[in-house]
Design a protein around this ligand. Sequence first.
Ligand code: ATP
Ligand code: MG
Length: 394
Amino acid sequence: VIRRGRSGEGGERGEGVAAALGEVVEPLTGRSLGELGLVDAALSGDAAEAAVVVRVALPSEHYPLADQLRASVAGAAERAGAAGVEVELRVLGAEEQMEVASRLRAIADPEPSADHARGVGAAPPSQRPNPFARPGSKTRVIGVTSGKGGVGKSSVTVNLAVAMARLGKRVAILDADVYGFSVPAMLGLELGPVPIGDLLVPPVAHGVRCISMGFFADDDQPVVWRGPMLHKALEQFLVDTFWGDPDVLVVDMPPGTGDVALSMAQYMPKSEVYVVTTPQPAAARVAQRSGLMARQLKLPVRGVIENMSWFTGDDGTRYELFGSGGGQRLAELLGVELLGQIPLERSLREGGDHGRPVVVADPGSEAAQAVVRLAERILELGPSRVWRRELRVR
Ligand SMILES: Nc1ncnc2c1ncn2[C@@H]1O[C@H](COP(=O)(O)OP(=O)(O)OP(=O)(O)O)[C@@H](O)[C@H]1O
Ligand SMILES: [Mg+2]
């Protein structure tokens, strides 16, 4: 709601400025200040030379981008004709934050089912709307798994997500690898999520929203506790995070145990699974297990991604450092397509270390192009039509 100044206080200039402020985009949610109800007032002084005073509310006491918002607000006011601008910021109160949170829930889940809608507010997580469980949900949940660690699962997750964002999709990542949260660093995230009312707004990098269990897990916590904890926490993260109605949610799944696959099957019934492996033929067997585990949970395995497939030397020679054929072999074992082969590339590793994914930092590289083709192929596949055996669509 744009509240204008009391009559006589606002003036025409104030009105024009208020309208312009309403259009300013709040960077974390990607929504306008008008939609969020964060513009308090734009008041122009009586004299023509007097500065316009704009009052804008920050959505949270932990809001990290106040300076950025102040600058865009001032810029918008100036472009709307204000000669001088004075920006006054305040923080929304608790009740106002809850109001913004419920607006964000409405944006994120535009058509909650009646059952779902009833649960908004202080209800336990299981009764609040989970946008990914809604039957009409359009979000494709893409689980990335592997048989063993270190095969590049997180690198694939991050680059695939960023590539899809660059292809124009709304994309989010859920870093659910309880044994090694690495997505925030690979994305170059410097901020954690911001609480607004009862909603958590994830940080955004390279156009991708990300929630990592690592934001909440204690580094010193024994790893054995994390799996069970995650299962409990996962539903809450799905329900209480502003995911922004993404086209795609990419999930970095932990290798090995089936905990997370089980949680995904339960809370995100439309999850699809993609298995990452290296070219070693022996690795295919290990990777096959994670595919079969997903299948036992009735999650469709859509394809295989081979990583570290070869290294291309300066003279163009391909060196198959980790052997060859593993991806194809795994695809055959699982009866699915080998969707892509990503070569070894120095800039991919460096990108991971420095938070600049290779598809952004070195888009011309062989690896980046392989990831983009992979993203296109997965989008082309379209959502799985078989969610559950009992719901088979022919
Ligand atoms: N195609 C590639 N070219 C060069 N380096 C790569 C490639 N894929 C992955 N790496 C590097 O290998 C290391 C392991 O990759 P990554 O962390 O993505 O694997 P992971 O399967 O998620 O591992 P973990 O089991 O630890 O979660 C990282 O340093 C990463 O930068
Ligand atoms: Mg990883």
